[in-house]
Design a protein around this ligand. Sequence first.
Ligand SMILES: Cc1cc2nc3c(=O)[nH]c(=O)nc-3n(C[C@H](O)[C@H](O)[C@H](O)COP(=O)(O)OP(=O)(O)OC[C@H]3O[C@@H](n4cnc5c(N)ncnc54)[C@H](O)[C@@H]3O)c2cc1C
Length: 415
Amino acid sequence: MESKTDILIIGGGVIGVCSAYFLAQHGARVTLIEKDEIASGCSYGNGGLIVPSHAVPLASPGAFGDGLRWLFDSESPFYIKPRIDAELIRWLARFAWASREGQMLRSMPVLRDLLFASRLLYEELAKTAGFEFGFEGKGSLLVCLTRQALEKERREIRLFEEFKIPASMVNRDEALGLEPALLPSIMGGVYYPRDGRIDPRRFVVGLAEKASGLGAQLHTKTEAIGFESNRGRVTKVRTTRGELTANQIILASGSWSPQVARALKLRVPIQPAKGYSVTVENPPVTPRLPLLFSEARVVINPLGHALRIAGTLELAGMDFSFNPRRVAAMQNASAEYLPGLAEAKVIEIWRGLRPCAPDGLPIISRVKKLENVIVAAGHAMLGMSLGPITGKLVSQLARGEASQLDLTPFSAQRF
Ligand SMILES: Cc1cc2nc3c(=O)[nH]c(=O)nc-3n(C[C@H](O)[C@H](O)[C@H](O)COP(=O)(O)OP(=O)(O)OC[C@H]3O[C@@H](n4cnc5c(N)ncnc54)[C@H](O)[C@@H]3O)c2cc1C
């Protein structure tokens, strides 16, 4: 490993790799270090849905109540592990504050613009020669089993109309016409024509190869373990494979970001939110579209060679333990929408920690205390959807170019 670089990225998930790619594309001298393998963190086995429709931030009216309602139910899709943790309590207070309706309405257009800009970049990246990552942009279908859930979606769709996010209610027959693989017992749903899907690991690993082809240096099994700073600048990064100096440092370490930031004496208010995925052999009838199951709170990604079920959100700290009952509950609940899922043979069970900022918006920002550090983290449930635009914004920020979007809402100083 060369001991000097211009821009050092810490973390080889979707955010770090997209940043490395856009920086290398502009001729920057960039090095990325990853403590494990590329796409071995949250960017490995996630749902892989590209969802410009998800402009309602995680912090929204009802979300906090849901968390509290399910505080002691370890099989529910949303769960907060009861514990005394000052960082968690502070985070929850901020989350509750950001969940007010007025704040959600202010965040929605911000998130919408970010999501749509990212979706456009996916279309461009999908045209890159020799880069196949399973991108399909034919929309997604949210499916409801009950009238109650359908009514809830109907209320939300008014919000979508107001913010010009394409979405249309579909009745049972229309839903079955869009997706014949569904069970006829469903009630209806919502079609989001701008949504899409990818194979997340293939995307991140493939883009890392492209970045490397453009000159980026990628070092796996290399962990940042300490820093030296002087007069408001980081002067040295200690890694498990030697020391590095860099003019700028990008912290793209997902749920590990608070830990890495602590070594820089910075506070980054991100809480990990565990989710699971189960990748199963294709059922007899495979869906054509990516699907979102309303009551079960899971997403389905037809990967082609297999089918992935992903969901649950558990605020339990940096806890990688498996809860088999939760995984089984997810698979069984999905079988109420699609036939053959309960008995489908499991290929892989996975869990990942979503890096969640308390207000549902990511952090894409320089920090006040250290002039050569940029934080790019906190993308929560939308990291795959927002990866490309985040990488582009980081590249613009690091190269001192004007940002294509206003970065004020993503400032690290807002907390
Ligand atoms: C069940 C589930 C389903 C999801 N479904 C979707 C979906 O359908 N659509 C969507 O848009 N998003 C989805 N997400 C969210 C998405 O997966 C995340 O937002 C995204 O992967 C976060 O990317 P990241 O690069 O910030 O973090 P990560 O992918 O976790 O990358 C951070 C990397 O930093 C490395 N690292 C940490 N510390 C150090 C260090 N000190 N030195 C070097 N390297 C270090 C880690 O090893 C890791 O590889 C889902 C998440 C889950 C859990």
